[in-house]
Design a protein around this ligand. Structure first.
Ligand code: PNS
Length: 161
């Protein structure tokens, strides 16, 4: 039974995240999407909201679970008996931080491998941060996030204005 953790802030879930996740489900028996609570990043959505949005987005994927975690990722991966951490790599600009994180996680636990997966090229320019900015400025985000995330984002931003 091979298990992978797909960790991130997911603030909010994008079509790029879903693409990477779908690819990961083909390699692992069980994939756990792990939402980092990470309040220091001042997320727009609470961790419970981010988990709920992901759960709705992965309803058609049978071997996916969604959870939130605090503390070290490797500790969480060990707790879940996972062999791997999956991270999406969109462009060279992602590489430096991802490389540092992967090697640090390996130093912390050499039994957990990091696997990088490239999303479909049409998603390489999507990030949660840019999607939030476009939505805030009234742009069309319908091709970047699932419909229920678009609705939640618009509602959240209206409340904040
Ligand atoms: O979507 P993000 O914000 O790029 O995800 C970053 C995340 C959550 C994967 C990273 O910050 C993380 O693993 N946080 C948990 C704390 C931890 O283990 N830090 C050491 C990583 S080297």
């Amino acid at each position: 039974m091979r298990t992978a953790i797909y960790p991130g802030s997911f603030d909010p879930l994008t079509n790029g995240h879903l693409d990477v996740l779908q690819r990961a489900t083909k390699l692992f028996h069980r994939v756990i999407v792990a939402v980092a609570k990470n309040e220091s990043k001042s997320p727009l959505f609470t961790s419970a909201e981010r988990v709920a949005l992901i759960k709705e987005g992965v309803a058609n994927l049978p071997n996916v679970e969604v959870d939130a975690f605090e503390g070290l990722l490797v500790d969480y991966a060990r707790k879940q008996k996972a062999q791997a951490i999956v991270r999406g790599l969109r462009a060279v600009s992602d590489f430096e931080f991802e490389f540092q994180m992967a090697l640090m996680n390996r130093k912390l636990d050499e039994n957990i491998e990091t696997i990088f997966m490239m999303p479909k090229e049409t998603y390489t320019f999507i990030s949660s941060r840019i999607v939030k900015e476009i939505a805030r400025l009234g742009g069309d985000i319908s091709s970047f996030v699932p419909a229920h995330v678009e609705t939640a984002l618009k509602k959240k931003l209206k409340l904040k204005m």
